[in-house]
Design a protein around this ligand. Structure first.
Ligand code: UDP
Length: 237
């Protein structure tokens, strides 16, 4: 018998996580493996919101010499491409999915309407929140914090390439130490690269825990929801 410890989760997938080893574009084997995990969550009765990044296609800071807001809007559009790819993989497995965008593009997806998103979630549909917050100078991590608060998610599952939060870059330093648990204040004070500070502060102010884990093993998603201790938990105390 599967007993999930959460009823509603917000899954944050970076764009990088969708691109696999190539580092650019979308690897459909990855979106399929993520969709398979999400299907497990839905069958356990867990409702799932997803915020997807866009870094595999474009990041605002890639636009050197460009107007920052234009570059950021390009980044927001990139998240929409990823959202549609993810929706396709989810629907391929028979999971009802809606994409809601913070920038209106109603021929492509629904606009973000919180009450509508809640209704979809109640009906066991996965809702993918695309186009970030709709504002330049923000990130999709901040979007995940904001939407998590709005949909009353109990936790943000923050999928990364690394399997948790370390005191230094584990790819560069073999003696890097992984944390099992951190407080929001520790993350901010130590300048740890978990989320940007805006996103971390928003989680802190609204008491939303963040679980940082490695997406190299997609099955981590269902394991976490079933209570297995994986990755690094960032919370109040
Ligand atoms: N972005 C933005 N406002 C938002 C969310 C995203 O301007 O509310 C832009 C920003 O330029 C960012 C890009 O979209 O670099 C892609 O998002 P992000 O870098 O967070 O994606 P990830 O690193 O998760 O792949």
């Amino acid at each position: 018998m599967c007993n999930p410890i959460y009823k509603r989760v917000m899954l944050k997938l970076s764009g990088e996580a969708l691109s696999g080893d190539v580092g650019y574009g979308i690897d459909f084997d990855i979106t399929k493996s993520i969709a398979t995990e999400i299907k497990k969550l839905i069958s356990m009765g867990v409702s799932v919101g997803i915020v997807v990044g866009g870094g595999n296609i474009w990041r605002g800071r890639s636009g050197k010499g460009m107007d920052r807001t234009t570059a950021d809007y390009m980044g927001m559009l990139a998240t929409c491409i990823n959202a549609l790819a993810l929706q396709d993989s989810l629907e391929d497995l028979g999971i009802n999915t809606r994409v809601q965008t913070a920038i209106e593009m109603k021929e492509v997806a629904e606009p973000f309407i919180r009450r509508r998103a809640m209704r979809h979630l109640e009906k066991n549909r996965v809702v993918i929140f695309a186009a970030g917050t709709g504002n330049p100078y923000f990130s999709t991590d901040t979007t995940a914090s904001l939407r998590a608060a709005e949909i009353e998610a109990e936790i943000i599952l923050l999928a990364k390439k690394v399997d948790g939060v370390y005191d230094k870059d584990p790819y560069k330093y073999s003696d890097a130490k992984k944390f099992d648990k951190l407080t929001y204040i520790e993350v901010l004070e130590k300048g740890l690269q978990v989320m940007d500070s805006t996103a971390t502060s928003l989680c802190m102010d609204n008491d939303i825990p963040i679980l940082v884990f490695g997406l190299d093993k997609p099955e981590n998603i269902s394991k976490i929801v079933l209570g297995e201790k994986i990755g690094t938990l960032v919370c109040k105390e």
